[in-house]
Design a protein around this ligand. Sequence first.
Ligand SMILES: Cc1cc2nc3c(=O)[nH]c(=O)nc-3n(C[C@H](O)[C@H](O)[C@H](O)COP(=O)(O)OP(=O)(O)OC[C@H]3O[C@@H](n4cnc5c(N)ncnc54)[C@H](O)[C@@H]3O)c2cc1C
Length: 513
Amino acid sequence: MTRKPSYPVVIVGAGPTGVTAASLLAQYGIGCLVLDRWAAVYAQPRAVHLDDEIYRVLARLGIAAEFAAISRPALGLRLLDPTMRVLAEWRRDSALSTNGFPQANMFDQPDLETLLRANLARYPSAELRGNVEVTEVTQRHDGRIRVTYRDRIDESEHSVDADYVLGCDGANSIVRTHIESSMHDMKFEQRWLVIDVATGADLDQWGGVHQVCDPVRAGTYMRIGRARYRWEFRLLPGEIAADFQTLAALKPLMAPWISRVHEDELELIRVTEYTFMAQMADRWRRGNILLLGDAAHLTPPFIGQGLGAGVRDAMNLAWKLAGVISGDLPRTALDSYEQERIPHARHMIRLALGVGWAMTAGGEFGNLMRRLVVTRIRFVPGLRNKLTESRTPALCGSAFVHRGRTARRLAGTLCPNPVLVDGRRLDSVLGDGFALVTTAAPTDAQRAVLDERGAVVHIASPDSELAGCLARARVTAAIIRPDRTVMCAGRDLGRICELIPTFRPHTRIRSNA
Ligand SMILES: Cc1cc2nc3c(=O)[nH]c(=O)nc-3n(C[C@H](O)[C@H](O)[C@H](O)COP(=O)(O)OP(=O)(O)OC[C@H]3O[C@@H](n4cnc5c(N)ncnc54)[C@H](O)[C@@H]3O)c2cc1C
């Protein structure tokens, strides 16, 4: 057995979660090795939607413009009854949100993964090794972790040692098995047919996502690219994907959307079956081994948030890990990963289950409730706003989210990303560490403390969006974390400056781009 050199971080799985985590760590100059069983991007179409928070992370990775070129903003969501009558409609603003990007964006997952991998290749400190099957993850007595893998080409066995291992290895995670974590079933399992079609013809449909609420044959339609469309239909007992491999067999399902085009104009790209599940790992960490993405949580895709949750995990963890590895943050900083991410991921899964319920709840009771509840949701102001906005819930309290009485409205939420007077967006001036956003200028002594701790100071001009955001929360200053979450807010600038952690894990390594 050949022993390979050791790495600060080994990432098992080069899906969207693993590659995002590796890229963020590389930006902090942290070396990592990413291992995946496939040499290239997994070509099967899966995710088709991401929101403006995730787009903001893509911008952080430096690929916002490339993503804009392979995606299109969507108009929102329509719930339809089995006769295609509109039960409810939530419009998403295709104009830029407070995060600086459209709220709903359609794309094809392999295209995004190709972008992510090309971007990772620009960082010399990150290495991606494909065609290898990780077979074992073992904790050693010296505190390091040994990752053993088999080369799928020549069957040779290898191992590397790591200080930290990130299990980004998807639903059947071997890393999860190693840390003796089990998936908690959130009681949802349905078989769905997933159909991808290419056509240059205009289907002449409303430009948002259509969800057909039908206890027998729930379905989803969405346009995901200039000439790409996705349908998903719940499979009935006894049906399998093999029954639907031709356009003729699919026509009864797709007829409401394709009646205006000729069959010859449609190219069937792929028809497959997926079992949609709702599950959450009961622990996401053991020591220096952590789970991210589908390895930690599985959601039915009704609100298009599975991939997004993995990217959120990566963004939440990367700076904490970089801080711990550089010695700036204590190892206990990693405790906040589970404290913050588990409740957030659970909330998003429950939201998806709610939409799933609206689409599929059966019998007369289901139909009655759909007519009564779904058609009226838009008249309930608080709920209506929740559904029309892409904003996700605030993170729970932790060492890095101080939800005291003054800060309650802001702590744990994402700081807006407005355009500043000089035309740049806030994110481009905040850097990759902690920042103080304030309407009151710090004293020289306070500035010295902030400088020493590596924090950036941004003074919001009185009539700016940021000043308004602080004023509405009745505070004058907020600490923004490296992932742009508000850590705490208040009116006592001196106290706030004291709370900023020291964080200087880099000289940030710039990509070679
Ligand atoms: C039909 C469908 C529609 C979806 N729609 C959406 C949507 O609209 N929006 C959204 O946000 N999400 C959606 N999702 C979910 C999304 O596709 C997943 O959440 C996302 O792919 C998870 O990314 P990941 O990197 O965590 O895991 P994965 O994408 O599963 O990647 C895991 C990687 O680990 C590798 N791996 C696993 N085990 C090993 C091993 N032992 N050794 C080496 N490598 C290994 C695999 O090869 C793989 O590359 C959808 C999913 C499906 C099925």
